[in-house]
Design a protein around this ligand. Structure first.
Ligand code: CTP
Length: 421
């Protein structure tokens, strides 16, 4: 069907092979941020048709969408009628992403209205559909919007949770348009699954992921830290969101931007991480401890900077143990059937140490990876063996951290307890 349509429209071979993305833009101020999303799609070789609503054009004009996409732009079904765009655009798309998605467009989509080109496209699309909502907190939280979002999700659309932060004007709250780079990343993951569609095996689940390293302060300017970049934990959070989960990411020290659709709780020390993880875990179906939690912290915190003293050697730094969050989560499950996953960073006897650690920590799965100067920390890739309490061992060859993250969720999803009624 696709090639016939493409052939009929006289497109070049090169263009036909590029993934086809429909960028639906509805009328919100965040429409200007969708230009950045569009640029990322086109620069990475996607063929993008922008379908704005009439009200979106009040914010960003047709010329901008057309110039950035290199494609014609229409809002009404009556334009270029001979091409039957109201059917063709949706049918031939590999992905439809509506960004920003207003309360109005989601209401129309949930009710199957088809008054303009975008709503027609949404009705004819059979590919994955992603909505990136942006609106004021009150509009997002209104039961009408929440019911429409639930309807769209139930039908298989991926509705990203809006970010929390500055909204139009001076108010702040939930409803902010997520970082376009993060929306792009999520769309890339959805597209990468291609014809297999998006596994929705985590839909309706709440998962908690910890990421990054903790910092244990010694005085106001110094701390004990580690070299964790947080990338593996962020990849876990992103992939879980892409598979439909509600995700709480408890992030230690990291430079990474908040993943789209993920609630991020930032913490500094191991003790703060413990508090935040236990709080989020109270209603979680699964908790994955990917953070590099400091095992020790300075026994005392000096409220003033520790100064050098002429002719004297520095005082040794006394350390005390931090709580072991993974062991505590495993021993004291917040909910029956809650699944707990740990990570083990090992330098020697990797598998033997991993097996012993799985037993010692009491978790259900343990992702064991070898670490060293040039391995794992800060790199884009990772390799690991995932050990399970039932004795299975799943090797994951070297690849992107997202691939390892997906394998973790592949193992977690079938082990989750039945959802509560
Ligand atoms: N972890 C934790 N709380 C700590 C230390 C570690 O929850 N205080 C978690 C990590 O998030 C990880 C797992 O425990 O999921 C394993 O951490 P790792 O540093 O590899 O193991 P340790 O328990 O520190 O054991 P050892 O230092 O003996 O290797």
């Amino acid at each position: 069907m696709r090639s016939e349509l493409a052939a009929g429209s006289g497109e070049t071979m090169e263009k036909r092979e590029r993934p086809r993305v429909v960028l639906g833009v509805s009328g919100g101020i965040a429409a200007y941020k969708a230009c950045e999303l569009l640029r990322r799609f086109t620069e990475s070789g996607h063929d993008v048709r922008v379908v704005p609503t009439d009200s979106a054009l009040h914010f960003v004009g047709e010329a901008t969408w057309s110039a950035l996409s290199g494609n014609p732009v229409a809002t009404e079904v009556w334009e270029t009628v001979h091409e039957v765009p109201h059917v063709r655009i949706g049918q031939s798309a590999d992905l439809v992403v509506v960004a920003p998605a207003t309360a109005d467009i989601m209401a129309k989509a949930a009710h199957g209205l088809a008054g303009d080109l975008l709503t027609n496209t949404l009705l004819t699309a059979r590919c994955p559909v992603v909505f990136a909502p942006a609106m004021h907190t009150e509009m997002w939280e209104h039961p009408a919007t929440q019911e429409n979002v639930a309807t769209l999700r139930r039908r298989g659309a991926l509705v990203i949770e809006p970010s929390v932060g500055r909204l139009t004007g001076t108010d702040t709250g939930k409803g902010r348009f997520p970082d376009p780079a993060e929306i792009f990343d999520l769309c890339r993951q959805v597209l990468a699954r291609g014809g297999r569609g998006l596994p929705r095996d985590l839909a309706g689940r709440h998962v908690v992921v910890s990421a990054g390293g903790t910092r244990e302060p010694l005085d106001p300017v110094r701390y004990l830290g580690n070299r964790s970049s947080g990338r593996q934990g962020y990849a876990l959070a992103r992939t879980a969101a892409a598979r439909g989960a509600r995700v709480t990411l408890v992030a230690g020290n990291t430079e990474l931007p908040d993943p789209a659709g993920v609630d991020v709780v930032r913490v500094g020390t191991a003790q703060q991480m413990r508090e935040a993880v236990l709080k989020a875990a109270a209603d979680a179906d699964a908790v994955v401890m990917a953070a590099a939690v400091a095992d020790f912290r300075p026994a005392a915190y000096a409220p003033g900077k520790i100064k050098k003293k002429d002719g004297q050697e520095p005082e040794p730094i006394a350390l005390v143990r931090n709580p072991d969050i993974l062991a505590e989560l495993s021993a004291d499950r917040a909910r029956p059937g809650q699944l707990v996953v740990g990570f083990a960073a090992e330098t020697d006897d990797v598998l033997a140490n991993g097996r012993a650690k799985l037993a010692r920590k009491g978790c259900d799965l343990l992702v064991v990876n070898e670490v060293g100067e040039h391995k794992t920390f800060g790199s884009d890739g990772n390799e690991a063996v995932i050990l399970a309490t039932d004795g299975t061992e799943t090797p994951v060859p070297y690849g992107p951290k997202e691939a390892l993250a997906d394998t973790v969720w592949d193992l977690v999803a079938p082990r989750l307890a039945d959802p509560r009624p």
